[in-house]
Design a protein. Sequence first.
Length: 547
Amino acid sequence: MAGVQVARAHALAVLRIRGTALGIALLPAAFAVVLLVGGATGWIGGSDQGGWTAFRWAVVGSALVVLVLAGSVAAVLVRARPAQSPTVPVDERAAPELYRMVRELAERLDVPAPSVVALTPDCDSWLEVRPDRRRPPGRPPHRGAEPATLVLVIGSPFLWWMRVAELRALLAPVVAGTGPSADPDVAAARRFVRGLDAAVAISASPPPGAVPGAVWAAPLRRPAFALLGAVARVLLRSCRDRASEMERAVASWASERAQQVDYGLRIVAQEQVGLAYAGWDRLLTRVALPAWRSGRWPSRLNAGVVAALTELSRRDRLAEGYESRLGERPACDLLEDPGTVDQEVSLLAARLFHGGPPSPGPHWSPVGWDEYPQQVVDRIWRGGAARLHRVLDELGPAPRDDAGATVARVLDRLAQGGGEPLAARLVAALSREDCDHGPDAPQAQLAPTPGDGQGVYLPVYQLQPARTARDLLIEHVTAMVCCAAVDTAGARPGLDWLDGPALLVGGARRADFASPVIRLVEGGDPAPLRTWLANAGVRLEKPVHLG
């Protein structure tokens, strides 16, 4: 238990900082009491001495101001709910085997079991303390009480890709962390630090009613919260190093304690973490992101990561042997209804990584993997081709321009040096669509903030850097080429698990037209693309269906 003792020592140091701050806040009040009692008894100046009287009341006034400030800071710290990680809770009735595995793991480690299990659409796992909803807000648990709700957050890709034994080994050090979390001093220090962190966030954007009973005029509201935030930041800086050392000691103890559980499997599980992360990132950026931009969200992302990693195992010699694992029991079997949970996590992933609305709607509907080629890929290509020709219409007819939706029209325009104005028009067109709140516009304003009743903060992570004008033009020309291949050469839209939308010609994926498209856009050279189109049987002069 040496690690716990070290963590407790740092926790006590954090609590001493809290006690010191409280003592400093009470010092003016104590000085004022001494002056008042001394004046009443005649020990410190008489009540008839004007100088002492003025000094006493000045000290009393200052003490009252400090007490009001300290009380306001304390109220913010007590009421502030730290930002919680956005997760999908898993009820015990929906995953009895998963809960049983976690409890058995906690029993083997001789630590308290987490109260709740939740999933996150990311490749990570951690413990998170959340306020007990059964007690009134602002009333902390008494000293010595365990954290009210200790949540075990599991990365959803792990549940689908890993085997049951691998998941148990991976979660061992995480579950072991519940031991130090049950220590009252460590729990109190964590509550204090989390409260300071939440107070800083609240001071930056004060929500209504953040401080109970506080009635400030509008002009004083922002300066008051700025002062509270400054005090909270000073305290946070004072205990930051100690809090960091406390967490390191907790993590070190948990890791050491977990070595007694499936140590050999932990090495294998860690290898799977890296592989799962690579497949998950590829699936999000190459497969899910195009669907989100078109107003559809794949409803089986976690099942998709299994397909993506299986495909990676087939292609990459470094991943040889991983396919043999698929015969073992997957960890998602610990869920009663994996499909429903996958759909909930997939919707949360869309909100986190793209900013989509919280529920399905007419412009935000789920799509299955079997529907992806027609409902997403073909839709993206048709929309891009239509936008490209609208912009060509805005630029006006060029020499030998036929004002029809053909590949020949695009080739002629770019061959005549019209790439830059065309790209600029495309950027403007997409900006107008974003301003109209189209499906490609993130809806970040729908996310709750740290100061609301739920205390949940939903950031929108940027999966890829913003597309340049050149990138947009290449995407739209590619869409036009794919539409022409589908309409005139019998090609089909398809899905590549690692690369996303794919063009299938004769049942085989064709991606060799990417380089000719780039040469056309960047250098105005249509010859390589014309050759590719001719070999693929694409008719340049035949109009395509824009949808």
